[in-house]
Design a protein around this ligand. Structure first.
Ligand code: ADP
Ligand code: MG
Length: 728
């Protein structure tokens, strides 16, 4: 092992775990640093409390005097906890969270100062927005944007800063963040679902969308990660031969969590508890040094904020434990990548999960209504759903023979498939009394029983029904869940809206009873969206062929997939549902395409540098050693030389071959990059990066990885897979 690598490994092994002292129960510290309902009750006047609660529950406007009261109380609460600064906390389209801290401190003349925080500072701020991606919405003349308080996500204290969750919009009102369209989509799904719920229960006033994400990640020793320029700059390894031992023994999955990782998790969980993030589950994942963390599900907007916050905190806590967290979807070739399953459901303010089968035939008809409408929504907008999870890093999972495929399909299990088949047989129009009894007792009535033994879970499906929720599994581990959640809730809202119109029409024009009308519409839906249902192996080539026949899209790369983001249908959908204007939709597309180009560009540069500056010089050095060796042998053995040194000469030749291949391919890759950079049209540019530049990655890597096996370990400059993955 090279001295550099040796020292890095030695230091990582010598690292003494930070000791964690958990003296208080988690239930006691939960939400301690959050300005939540409980805290507000203590700090706010009655008026202010009612005002904020109305804003949270019913989206009512908060007037200025109440905002002043809330700000003043928030400040008092924060100061009592040693806080000095406040910030509007938001999620611009960079993918990271953003904050700009201001002190509460103000001078008041006469050499005196006070701590101050008013309603206007709480409600609105104007951070310099010119350096955040806007997709051409703001040109430099109109660089202003503002952040505005989102009272539905409570303020929290991190370190010594009071963080106020906000939306981020351009001065002309267009959304520049993930939260704004999400809030609009959640509002739409609430309206549409509440209307549909009224068929079943007049008392329903609000429907909430819930999200429970499962975050997968890798933990790598900080020192070892820092020794790799690719990990440092791109979050993943661009080369590296697979380790002799990988994940083939399955000995990591659900195994005992290594001590150092466990200490990291405990501290992370404590931080989460203080911030009111209800983390509950932790375990080892399939790949070595890969783990998962999952909370109890929450209202979708809050859950999205909590996931963004979590990703930020993970990095900070990891650093204290001498770890680097890798959130990338595919940090290592040849072993599992990371995802972020988005578990999603809808529930009413009367306490009913609309995706959970009930006890009576009527509540099951309600379940089937939401269940089938969700499937239909996915069917109508499968390409958009695929686009919602497209990114350069997620391309390594989707369509690359890893969970899940790039084809969107819905898995519902054998039992529910049977239920749908029976429903499909419902007579058109009015039902006979026998049909009604049959439906109620034998089809709809039996759903809870069938679900109980429906333990079959297809792990290869990108969108699976798992008992009382849908699990959108194709979301990438680095993603802001706001994007997929906006799309999913919008398509379901649109679907429910259409459903309501159709059912009402049947009732009015054909004189059908409500449940007959519902059965009739659902039957037609089942027929028309059967194509999206798939129970088989999602990784197989057979499925690709079959999906093609069914007319489902199979967009393997981000540039291909993103096109659905600006299709006529998508623009119309977002406009109709008041989620995004045409300008906003197009701007987002532009930002995502540009992000793709930049990711591939950076990876290409880093790979070129490593290949030329690390790998080739090392290979040449080793080659020279071999050449000296052959010369020496020749001197000693002279005539017998040919038999003795064949091996070495072959080795020298082999190394030469790889060196040459690397040099040629790096040069060609740079040429393609130059060509790409001269293209104005960003769609074409992304295409060239995807199809002309990126293919070199695998080729260059192939030769570098071969050299890793040939060159003396003593002089190999890059920390190897076995060291990255098995040092703990
Ligand atoms: P797994 O899918 O790994 O078996 P679970 O199904 O128990 O794990 O839970 C995964 C995530 O789904 C958790 O965050 C959990 O809180 C969430 N979840 C459970 N029920 C619902 C629901 N009705 N709506 C949304 N999320 C849910
Ligand atoms: Mg799951």
């Amino acid at each position: 092992m090279s001295t550099l690598r040796f020292h890095a490994v030695k230091e990582s092994l010598a690292f003494k775990p930070v000791s964690i002292n958990e003296t208080e129960r988690r239930s006691e510290i939960f939400g301690r640093n959050v300005f939540n309902e409980n805290t507000m009750r203590q700090y706010l006047t009655k008026d202010a409390f009612v005002g904020v609660m109305n804003a949270i529950q019913y989206g009512k406007k908060i007037d200025r005097s109440i905002a002043d009261q809330v700000a003043s109380s928030m400040k008092d609460w924060a100061l009592s906890k040693g806080v000095t600064h406040y910030t509007h906390w938001f999620q611009p389209l960079t993918g990271a969270t953003a904050e700009k801290h201001d002190a509460f401190f103000e001078t008041i003349g006469g050499g005196m100062a006070i701590e101050k925080f008013g309603g206007s500072q709480l409600v609105q701020q104007e951070p310099d927005a010119s350096s955040f991606p806007s997709g051409g919405i703001r040109n430099t003349f109109e660089a202003r944007g503002y952040t505005a308080w989102d009272p539905t996500s409570p303020a929290f204290i991190y370190g010594t800063t009071l963080c106020i969750p906000t939306i981020f919009v351009a001065y002309t009102g267009e959304a520049l963040d993930y939260k704004t369209p999400l809030l609009r989509a959640l509002n739409e799904v609430d309206n549409a679902a509440t209307d549909v719920c009224k068929y079943f229960d007049k008392n329903v006033k609000k429907v909430t969308s819930s999200l429970g994400w499962e975050q997968e990640y890798f933990l790598i020793d900080k020192m070892l990660a820092a020794s790799r320029p690719d990990i440092t700059l791109t979050g993943r390894t661009l080369l590296g031969h697979s380790s002799a031992k990988g994940q083939q023994l399955d000995d990591h999955y659900f195994g005992s969590i290594p001590n150092r990782a466990l200490n990291f998790m405990r501290e992370l969980e404590t931080e989460c508890m203080l911030l009111g993030i209800p983390v509950k589950t932790r375990h080892n994942e399939v790949a070595p040094n890969q783990f998962e963390l999952a909370p109890i599900f929450e209202e979708a907007n809050l859950a999205v904020d909590h996931n963004s916050l979590l990703m930020d905190i993970m990095g900070r806590v990891a650093s204290r434990h001498n770890f680097k967290v890798l959130l990338h979807e595919k940090p290592f070739a040849g072993i599992n990548g990371s995802g972020k399953h988005n578990n999603w459901s809808l529930s009413t303010d009367t306490g009913v999960n609309l995706l959970s089968p009930g006890k009576t035939p009527m509540s099951n008809l309600q379940f089937l209504t939401f269940f089938i409408n969700t499937i239909k929504g996915v069917h109508e907008h499968e390409a958009l759903l695929r686009a919602a999870i497209a990114s350069a890093s997620n391309d390594h999972r989707l369509g690359a023979n890893e969970a899940p495929p790039a084809i969107m399909s819905v898995f519902i299990g054998e039992q529910l498939t049977k239920v749908l088949e029976e429903l499909e047989g419902v007579t058109k129009g009015k039902l006979s009394p026998e049909e009604k009894t049959e439906l109620k007792l034998n089809v709809v009535g039996k759903i809870p029983d069938v679900l109980l033994d429906n333990t079959d879970r297809n792990r290869t499906s990108p969108f699976a029904f798992t008992g009382n929720k849908f699990e959108f599994r194709a979301v990438g581990s680095t993603a802001n869940c706001g994007n997929p959640m906006t799309v999913l809730n919008t398509i379901v809202a649109k679907q429910l809206k259409d459903f309501k119109i159709e059912v009402d029409k049947l009732i009015a024009s054909k004189g059908l009873k409500k449940d007959e009308a519902i059965f009739n519409v659902l039957r037609e839906y089942i027929k028309s969206c059967r194509n999206i249902l798939f129970e088989g192996n999602g990784y197989g080539i057979e499925w690709e062929k079959e999906a093609k026949k069914r007319g489902l899209s199979n967009n393997r790369t981000t540039p291909e997939a993103l096109k659905a983001r600006v299709s006529k249908e998508t623009i119309a959908l977002f406009e109709e549902m008041n989620v995004m204007s045409k300008i906003e939709t197009e701007a987002r597309y532009e930002i995502e395409i540009e992000a793709y180009i930049m990711h591939i560009q950076i990876e290409s540069r880093v790979l070129g540098d490593i290949a030329r500056n690390h790998i080739v010089p090392t290979a040449v050095k080793y080659q020279n050693i071999l050449i000296e060796n052959v010369k020496g042998l020749k001197e000693i053995f002279d005539k017998k030389f040919t038999t003795v040194s064949n091996e070495q000469i072959n080795l020298i030749e082999e190394i030469s071959g790889h060196i040459e291949a690397i040099n040629v391919k790096v040069t060609n890759m740079i040429d393609e990059r130059r060509k790409a950079n001269s293209i104005e049209d960003i769609e074409k540019k992304a295409d060239v990066y995807c199809n002309k530049v990126k293919p070199f990655f695998e080729e260059i890597r192939y030769h570098c990885d071969k050299l890793e096996l040939l060159v003396d370990d003593e002089i190999w400059p890059l920390t190897k897979y076995r060291e990255l993955l098995f040092t703990r």
